[in-house]
Design a protein around this ligand. Structure first.
Ligand SMILES: NC(=O)c1ccc[n+]([C@@H]2O[C@H](COP(=O)([O-])OP(=O)(O)OC[C@H]3O[C@@H](n4cnc5c(N)ncnc54)[C@H](OP(=O)(O)O)[C@@H]3O)[C@@H](O)[C@H]2O)c1
Length: 285
């Protein structure tokens, strides 16, 4: 499915529906998060992405509680941070997340990063399985509607699936022009795991790119809109972040044109435009 409106949703592998575009909050200051998220909801975003690491969950929760929409209309995601991996620490971290959000349930809870091979060697596999078992418990207890991963490579997913029972519903990965991780997204989609794109603009680094600007001119669109369209035409859910209302609106205005195969291939092939370009197995933690 290629969405033609920001109101469309995908079905996760457990039947839960997830909006086709989300709103990012990394680096949104804690004291400005409630305002930004309220404006995003007013603009039409229904998926809000936060994490304990961002330090702004309470602002997200306050916006969700005060926006005037029923709780079930908003899809809230948070993540367990690297220092809280493992079964017991993950459960405790989830409790802190829910206290900060002030919500009764979460829509999606993710493991923020896999324990890396570089930092943990052979132990990484066991740590990731223990953390996943905590997410399974939260899911089975009805405290979260869906559970998933972030920055997991196919081998990390396979390692969890060798011993654990619930298949992840989502993998959130870095995905932007210049860092089109298509082998990971294809693997996930083939296996019924929805893919979300973090840093869709590589934190604005891609927006001056000549290919993206030129393609946008053809359709009367900006390079940011072309970028989001390219991600969505790959069947991936982008999570653009902005603290500015006009950019929130502009990023939602990315549904009324279609890139052709040649344009898709040209953007797929772009290299070295910036962004984190993280290698999860080589992280220090
Ligand atoms: N799972 C993970 O490991 C992970 C890692 C990083 C991010 N994330 C998630 O993914 C979300 C998005 O990634 P990101 O925040 O790193 O970066 P991003 O969305 O790629 O880029 C955000 C930057 O682009 C600017 N921007 C947004 N829309 C624009 C537009 N239409 N025109 C010009 N500039 C625009 C923003 O500026 P203003 O805000 O000033 O408008 C901000 O500086 C995060 O917020 C977070 O929720 C997850």
């Amino acid at each position: 499915m290629i969405p033609t409106s920001f109101t469309e949703t995908y079905e996760l592998n457990n039947g839960v529906r997830i909006p086709c575009i989300g709103f990012g909050t990394y680096k949104t200051p804690a004291d400005d998060t409630c305002r930004a998220v309220l404006e995003a909801i007013d603009a039409g975003y229904r998926l809000i992405d936060t994490a304990s690491f961002y330090g702004n969950e309470s602002g997200v929760g306050k916006a969700v509680r005060t926006c005037g929409l029923p709780r079930e209309d908003i899809f809230v995601t948070s993540k367990v941070w690297n220092t809280d991996r493992g079964y017991d620490k993950t459960l405790a971290s989830f409790d802190r997340t829910m206290d900060a959000l002030g919500l009764d349930y979460l829509d999606l809870f993710l493991i923020h990063w896999p324990a890396s091979l570089k930092a943990y060697g052979e132990r990484a596999k066991e740590i990731n399985r223990d953390t996943w078992r905590a997410l399974e418990k939260l899911y089975n207890d009805g405290r979260v509607k869906a559970i998933g991963l972030s920055n997991f490579l196919p081998h990390h997913i396979d390692e969890i699936m060798e011993t654990e029972s619930i298949k992840p519903m989502v993998n959130q990965i870095e995905f932007h022009p210049g860092w089109a991780q298509l082998s990971i997204s294809d693997y996930c989609i083939r296996n019924g795991i929805a893919v979300e794109a973090w840093s869709p603009f590589a934190r604005a680094a891609v927006l001056e790119n000549e290919t993206l600007v030129r393609t946008g001119i053809k359709y009367g669109k900006t390079s940011s809109q072309v970028t989001l369209r390219w991600i969505m035409q790959h069947g991936i859910i982008p999570l653009p972040k902005s603290v500015h209302r006009e950019r929130m609106d502009s990023n939602l205005d990315s549904f009324d044109f279609m890139l052709n195969d040649q344009e898709m291939a040209e953007i797929d092939a772009l290299k070295n435009l910036g962004g984190k370009c993280a290698m999860p197995d080589e992280m220090d933690d």
